[in-house]
Design a protein around this ligand. Structure first.
Ligand SMILES: *[C@@H]1O[C@H](CO)[C@@H](O)[C@H](O)[C@H]1NC(C)=O
Ligand SMILES: *[C@@H]1O[C@H](CO)[C@@H](O)[C@H](O)[C@H]1NC(C)=O
Ligand SMILES: *[C@@H]1O[C@H](CO)[C@@H](O)[C@H](O)[C@H]1NC(C)=O
Ligand SMILES: *[C@@H]1O[C@H](CO)[C@@H](O)[C@H](O)[C@H]1NC(C)=O
Ligand SMILES: *[C@@H]1O[C@H](CO)[C@@H](O)[C@H](O)[C@H]1NC(C)=O
Length: 476
């Protein structure tokens, strides 16, 4: 009897110690891996916290962890995958790429998961690909800062195309109050303000990375975040569709070359709205293969304005259609709204409306340039990307070089061009040309028109001109 009591007490003690140890280990693990999907099935093997001890065995049993604490993402637990829980340091110096990749991989398997980049931390991330397909409604919540490697030499030669590459993802959102910082100043090279050009440097590769790139992705939303100082383009979508960009800020210095704000290529069904963009190149650049694009309520400047093209370089096929650019405010930009094509290209630009465009000290508020050339001299060629159905409606404000510049190909005229309610005054102190220029461009104008030369800028359309233009619209 007495011996029995002693044994029971010993047994009780062992059980207490076992349960306590188990609990301590589980909670430590839970804290460590907070959100890591660490094979929860393993933990289910325990039987309600009762530890079976083989008779005569004096050893403390291996902890059989159970009951399950409520962590783990699915189905009952958190769906938040904090990069800090995956080993990120967040000090802006340590390489946190692996942590981001691990958090992404874990979240990718869980519907409605969020990868969290917490506020007040800076994460240095090397060029990486965040790849899908993932479960739907994945969110990348950027509240802190993502930093690209600042030294040009730190970028592998094979990874110069982009920094953060999002590939094959659908139903995905990037949001948050944080910043994506491309730390690109070493890529920009010395800037020669007098010539408005960058001096070439042999230490800087010809190809420079885009900060955020989406490739072959659909139903993607990017909102609220700030993207700054990309080595080159800030936000690019290619071979994608169903894109929404809302309430973002893009900033890089005016002296940074080729730093487009948002760049679209082979991408359809796009809405870009309520954003502020200041950079060294186009605020929004729409390239070949884009259709059904709606850009509105954008503040742009400094920069080169909102641009379709350059299209048709090296005799390539270019097709852009169904674009609406409206409610845009531009300050101190090179162009306001423009379409630029290279000579010798083929294809077409069709059905584009620019409306409610407010310009302030913009060099060329309205441009169609079918002689686009980035060298001193480009040979005149007979083929051209055909341009038709272009409406400029309510373009108002001040210019500093030329109010209207519509220069269409000698052989392929622009047709169905509308100039409606254009009111452009020279900027304060301006002395240059006040004439609207139109070359081989057919369409109609409707007042009010300032300067009044806009009224006889376009040529009235005839059936034969339309047929000529139509015959060049092949290939799309
Ligand atoms: C994306 O979400 C939509 C709407 O919730 C759904 O219909 C569609 O199947 C989802 N697509 C993918 C690839 O998850
Ligand atoms: C726009 O983004 C900023 C910065 O992230 C945020 O504070 C603000 O609430 C957002 N506005 C809207 C209307 O979503
Ligand atoms: C995109 O979203 C739309 C509407 O929610 C949905 O119908 C469509 O299936 C989605 N596409 C993909 C590829 O997820
Ligand atoms: C022109 O483009 C707009 C915007 O995408 C579209 O709603 C409209 O149907 C298009 N018009 C024609 C004639 O294709
Ligand atoms: C090309 O054509 C334009 C328009 O006719 C003309 O002004 C220009 O001088 C030509 N350029 C060359 C190099 O022939």
């Amino acid at each position: 009897m007495k011996r029995n009591n002693k044994l029971s007490f010993l047994f009780f003690l062992i059980v207490v110690v076992a349960v306590f140890t188990t609990f301590a280990i589980i909670s430590a693990e839970a804290r460590k891996h907070h959100y890591k999907k660490s094979k929860p099935e393993k933990h289910h093997k325990g039987k309600g916290g009762k530890h079976y001890i083989a008779p005569g065995s004096a050893t403390i049993p291996a902890p059989a962890p159970s009951p399950l604490p409520h962590y783990g993402p699915y189905p009952t637990g958190s769906t938040i995958f904090d990069i800090l829980s995956f080993g990120a340091k967040g000090d802006g110096v340590s390489d946190d790429s692996e942590a981001l990749l691990a958090a992404w991989k874990a979240a990718c398997k869980v519907p409605g998961a969020t990868v969290e980049i917490p506020a007040e931390f800076k994460f240095l991330i090397k060029p990486i690909t965040l790849q899908g397909p993932c479960m739907p409604h994945l969110v990348l919540q950027i509240d802190g800062t993502l930093l690209a490697p600042p030294e040009v030499g730190a970028w592998p030669k094979s990874s110069l195309f982009q920094w953060l590459n999002f590939k094959w993802i659908h139903n995905f959102t990037i949001q948050g109050t944080g910043t994506v910082d491309g730390q690109g100043s070493n890529w920009w090279g010395p800037y020669n303000a007098a010539y408005y050009v960058q001096k070439r440097s042999k230490h800087i590769p010809g190809m420079k990375p885009t900060a955020l790139r989406f490739y072959a992705s659909t139903n993607v939303t990017v909102r609220d975040i700030e993207i700054v100082n990309s080595p080159q383009c800030h936000l690019k979508f290619d071979n994608s569709g169903g894109i929404k960009v809302n309430n973002i800020t893009i900033i890089s210095p005016e002296s940074s070359p080729n730093t487009d704000g948002i760049h679209l290529q082979n991408t359809r069904d796009v809405e870009i709205q309520h954003s502020n963009i200041a950079c060294g190149d186009d605020c929004v650049s729409i390239q070949t293969g884009c259709s059904n694009v709606h850009v509105h309520h954008i503040n742009c400047g400094p920069g080169h304005g909102i641009s379709l093209g350059g299209l048709g370089k090296d005799k390539s096929v270019a097709c852009v259609s169904d674009v609406i650019i409206e409610e845009i405010s531009l300050q101190n930009t090179l162009a306001g709204v423009r379409i630029k094509t290279w000579q010798g290209g083929i294809g077409s630009v069709k059905n584009v409306t620019f409306s409610s465009i407010q310009v302030s000290n913009v060099k060329y508020p309205v441009i169609i340039d079918q002689f686009y050339c980035d060298k001193k001299f480009c040979r005149n060629q007979t083929e051209a990307v055909a341009i038709s159905g272009i409406k400029f409606d309510r373009i108002i404000g001040s210019y500093s070089a030329q109010p209207i510049h519509i220069a269409c190909s000698n052989d392929v005229p622009c047709t169905d061009v509308d100039l409606v309610d254009i009111q452009l005054k020279p900027s304060f102190g301006y002395q240059g040309s006040r004439q609207a220029l139109c070359w081989n461009s057919y369409g109609k104008s409707q007042g009010p028109l300032v300067p009044s030369s806009i009224d006889y800028c376009l040529i009235r359309e005839s059936g034969s001109v339309k047929r000529t233009a139509k015959s060049h619209e092949h290939a799309c």
